[in-house]
Design a protein around this ligand. Structure first.
Ligand code: T4K
Length: 381
C-alpha cells in the first residue's frame, strides 16, 4: 500500500504472450513499413470500432497533423477548436500553418460549446476540431449541422474515446475524420500509436502516402510527407492488448462506479456524469471538479493535489493551463472569452484510474479528497 500511485498505469499482456507474438520478427526481419502486424491491426481495429476506413499511425499527434495536412487547407485558414484539451490538439493546427480559433466549453461535460461556434465563423474558417474530452462525446449532431451550413470539415480529436459508441455507432464514424491515440497512458495502447478513422475511400491512400514521406515509388516523391508509420513491435502489442480490452474497460467501469459511490454526494464536488444511456463509455479518466463558486482559483483543487502527493498519490491537473494560455503562444491568437474552459482548467483534478488499482487505494484516495473538502481548506474566497 505504500507504493507510489500514478494517475494511470499501462495495460500490458502477459510477458510470454508478447514474446511469442514478436518471435516471428526474428525470422522475417521485417520490423516496420506497413508489415504484417500493422496490416492485421488495421483490419482488427476497423472491425472492433465498426468503421469503414482506418489508417494506423505512429502516435495520436501525428495522426492529427496528417489529417489536417490531408485536408489540404490553405495556409492561414482558421480552425475552430477547444482550448480544454492536451496541447497536441492545438499544436497540430499551428504546425500545419493554420490558425486556432478557441471556442469556450460547456461545464456540463467539458466539450466544445456548440452554440458558441457559429459566432466564431469567418470567411477564413475551414474546419471545426472538437475533442471528446475524458471520453465525453461532443454534440455531434449539432456540430454537423453547423458544418453543413457553412461547408466546413469536422475533425474529431477522439484520443480519449477509443471503443465508445453512441446508439450502437462507433464514435469513429462522426465528422469527416476522427483521430485516436494509443499511447501507453490510454485505455488501449500500442506503446505509442494512433489511428485515423473516416468514410472517404480516397483518404486512405492519401494518408498512406503522407505517413511514408510522400513517396510514390523508388524514384518519385510527390509531396512533403512525414514518417508516421507504426512499427511491428507496437502493432504486436496492439494485437495482444485488443484481446483484453473488454475486461480492461469493465474493471475501469467498476472503479469509476466505486469512486462515484464514495464521492457522489459531497457538496462542492462535481463528478463527470456517465449516464447517457445511449453511450457506452470506456472510462479512461476520472475527473473531479472542485466547485469554488468563483471563476478563479484552483484553491481547493491544488490543495487536494498537494495532500494526495504527500501520500504518494499522483493525480493530474488535466488540462491546466488550457492550451490558449500555453506559454509558447499565449495572447497570440484571437481573444475569445473562455470563462468555462479556464474555470475547468483551474478546478479539475483527474484521479488515478486503471484496471488493477486496488479498492483499498480507492478508499484511501476518496478519504483524502473528502477530508480536504469537508475541512474547507484551500477554498478561494
Ligand atoms: N489529443 C488528446 C486529447 C490527447 O489527450 C493526446 C494525448 C493527444 C491528442 C496526442 O496523442 P499521442 O501523440 O500522445 O498518442 C500523457 C500522454 O503522453 C498523452 O498521450 C496524453 N494525451 C496526455 C493526456 O497524457 P503526460 O505528459 O501527462 O504523460 P506522463 O508521462 O506524465 O504519464 C502520465 C502517467 O501515465 C504516469 O504518471 C504513469 C503512466 N504511464 C506513463 C507512461 C509514459 C505509464 O503507466 N506508462 C508509461 O509508459 O501526457
Amino acid at each position: 500500500m505504500n507504493e507510489k500511485v500514478l494517475v494511470t498505469r499501462s495495460s500490458m499482456p502477459e510477458f510470454e504472450e508478447y514474446v511469442e507474438m514478436i518471435r516471428p520478427l526474428w525470422e522475417s526481419h521485417w520490423l516496420t513499413n506497413m508489415g504484417d502486424y500493422h496490416n492485421r491491426l488495421e483490419q482488427g481495429l476497423k472491425e472492433y470500432m465498426g468503421v469503414p476506413q482506418l489508417s494506423l499511425m505512429v502516435n495520436g499527434h501525428m495522426a492529427l497533423e496528417l489529417t489536417l495536412q490531408a485536408m489540404g487547407f490553405p495556409e492561414g485558414a482558421e480552425v475552430i477548436t477547444t482550448p480544454f484539451t492536451f496541447i497536441s490538439t492545438t499544436h497540430a493546427i499551428i504546425r500545419n500553418k493554420l490558425v486556432p480559433v478557441f471556442c469556450d466549453i460547456k461545464l456540463s461535460d467539458y466539450t466544445i460549446d456548440e452554440e458558441k461556434i457559429e459566432e466564431l465563423i469567418t470567411e477564413k474558417t475551414v474546419a471545426i476540431l472538437p475533442v471528446h474530452v475524458y471520453g465525453n462525446i461532443c454534440n455531434v449532431k449539432r456540430i454537423q449541422e453547423i458544418a453543413d451550413k457553412y461547408n466546413l470539415k469536422v475533425i474529431y480529436d477522439a484520443a480519449h474515446a477509443f471503443g465508445e459508441t453512441v446508439n450502437g455507432t462507433g464514435v469513429g464514424n462522426f465528422g469527416d475524420a476522427s483521430v485516436f491515440s494509443f499511447h501507453a497512458t490510454k485505455v488501449y495502447n500500442t506503446i505509442e500509436g494512433g489511428a485515423i478513422t473516416f468514410r472517404e475511400e480516397g483518404l486512405y491512400k492519401k494518408l498512406y502516402n503522407l505517413k511514408n514521406f510522400g513517396i510514390r515509388s523508388e524514384e518519385v516523391v510527390a509531396e512533403v510527407g512525414a514518417n508516421a508509420k507504426m512499427n511491428e513491435f507496437c502493432a504486436a502489442m496492439g494485437l495482444c492488448n485488443l484481446k483484453y480490452l473488454g475486461e480492461n474497460i469493465r474493471e475501469r467501469k467498476n472503479r469509476s462506479e466505486y469512486y462515484t459511490e464514495k464521492l457522489g454526494n459531497i457538496p462542492g464536488l462535481k463528478l463527470c456524469a456517465r449516464d447517457e444511456e445511449n453511450v457506452t463509455y470506456s472510462y479512461g479518466y476520472f475527473p473531479v471538479l472542485f466547485e469554488t463558486g468563483k471563476y478563479q482559483g484552483g484553491g481547493m483543487r491544488d490543495f487536494v493535489y498537494d495532500k494526495l502527493r504527500e501520500a504518494e498519490i499522483y493525480s493530474r491537473k488535466y488540462f491546466y493551463p488550457i492550451t490558449a494560455d500555453a506559454a509558447c503562444f499565449k495572447n497570440k491568437y484571437k481573444k475569445v472569452l473562455l470563462e468555462n474552459a479556464r474555470y475547468a482548467g483551474d478546478n479539475i483534478l483527474v484521479l488515478p484510474l486503471y484496471p488493477e488499482l486496488p479498492y483499498e487505494m480507492l478508499d484511501r484516495i476518496t478519504e483524502i479528497v473528502k477530508s480536504c473538502v469537508l475541512s474547507g481548506n484551500g477554498v478561494v474566497e
